[in-house]
Design a protein around this ligand. Sequence first.
Ligand code: TYM
Length: 343
Amino acid sequence: MNLSYFRHMKSSKEIVVSGIRPTGNLHLGNYMGAVKNFIKMQHDYRCYFFIADYHSLTTHPNPKDLHENVKTVLAEYLACGLDPDACALYIQSDLAQIPELYMILNMHAYLGELERVASFKEKARTQPNNINAGLLTYPVLMAADIIIHKAVKVPVGKDQEQHLEMARTFASRFNRMYESDIFPEPHAFNYGTELIKIPGLQGGGKMSKSDGDGNVINLTDSPELIRKKISRAVTDTGPVEPNSTPSQAIQNLFDLMQAVSTTDTLNHYKESHAKCNIRYGDLKKQLAEDMVVFLQPIREKIEAIKQDDVLLAKVAKIGAEKAMESANQTMREVRAAVGFKSF
Ligand code: TYM
């Protein structure tokens, strides 16, 4: 692993930043919405991918779990195909420049706009006993993560769209305020035309750990567990009229199938739904087998890499060095723009 790749990289390459919170094992939603694009982008762009451990402090994890979860995500990033030579792969809390920029951006972030953010409103509703200031300013920290490297492309799933809008607001507000052009505008990115949302198994919404383990397929789930979870996925009583629109629950299963099965398989089940002769039991069995085949190689690699503490430590150290170089450069410009000067 070397740093020279980054130092001599053509500066014309667009800058990419994205991260994932260490909340345990990555799930299929994280993979399809984010990691899959990271892997594709790492050779074409100047990429910074990280583990968002500062962000996870909003939920007060215990320190031992936090460390374990960071290790898990790092191992899973590598197992999925992130190459630490091709990108900067780091742990957010290794960069003290991020909270420094976050603090400065906070001076130009207003209560009204922060209170209107959908993810804040949702968290305030679901965890009324822990509406902390970190939750409120979560989009500011996320903006700091992104603009510290002057990113223009941010590969994320659909749920992060509003946060990206806020990152643009904070970046351009800083430029205006300090009459600078330090920060370009970052945009959510996906190779397709739309950001994606992988559904959960319980019928509504997105695949998310907060709705319980039965709602998600983790990258490390065993074939037995995958079969069990999919067999319990919500369905409906079946179509009664030809060519009727599938219910949300069935559309979700089709969406999952689109992620892991062949087009022929998906079309076969869509056609039998349209003809009202679909058997949901068969659909689920097929989906489960395709999911098992899709995840098997990743799961095997995760198991091997997770044991390799030496490799993980080396990757994190080199990643932090690469990311720090870029963060330091930006902070020199930010400090000068704000008026922090040494005597
Ligand atoms: P997080 O940790 O909740 O999710 C990580 C990534 O996975 C995507 N994702 C999904 N995509 C499609 N379908 C789903 N069901 C699904 N569930 C999760 C998310 O969109 C995300 O891309 N705030 C961020 C982490 C973060 C970040 C950043 C991201 C912190 N700083 C800077 C980008 C840039 C979060 O909580 O993602």
